[in-house]
Design a protein around this ligand. Structure first.
Ligand code: SF4
Length: 64
């Protein structure tokens, strides 16, 4: 599994970091980024919910 954040689309709403704080964080400008070592989601049960919560569908999850 591999998570991708389209930074051209992300508006910094922060829903991903609120929903799955074990996977996502926000950079200094408020845009989403993955926590170190969590590029594969680390089995976080809230990952799919965070994908759904993003208002601009900036997060995609690809199964390996
Ligand atoms: S929820 Fe979507 S728009 Fe908001 S910070 Fe996360 S990726 Fe960006």
């Amino acid at each position: 599994m591999r998570i991708t954040i389209d930074t051209d689309v992300c508006i910094g709403a922060g829903q991903c970091a609120l929903t799955a704080p074990g996977v996502f964080t926000q950079d200094d400008d408020g845009f989403s980024e993955l926590l170190p070592g969590r590029e594969d989601g680390a089995g976080d049960p809230m990952l799919r919910e965070a994908v759904r919560a993003c208002p601009v569908q900036a997060i995609t999850v690809a199964d390996d």
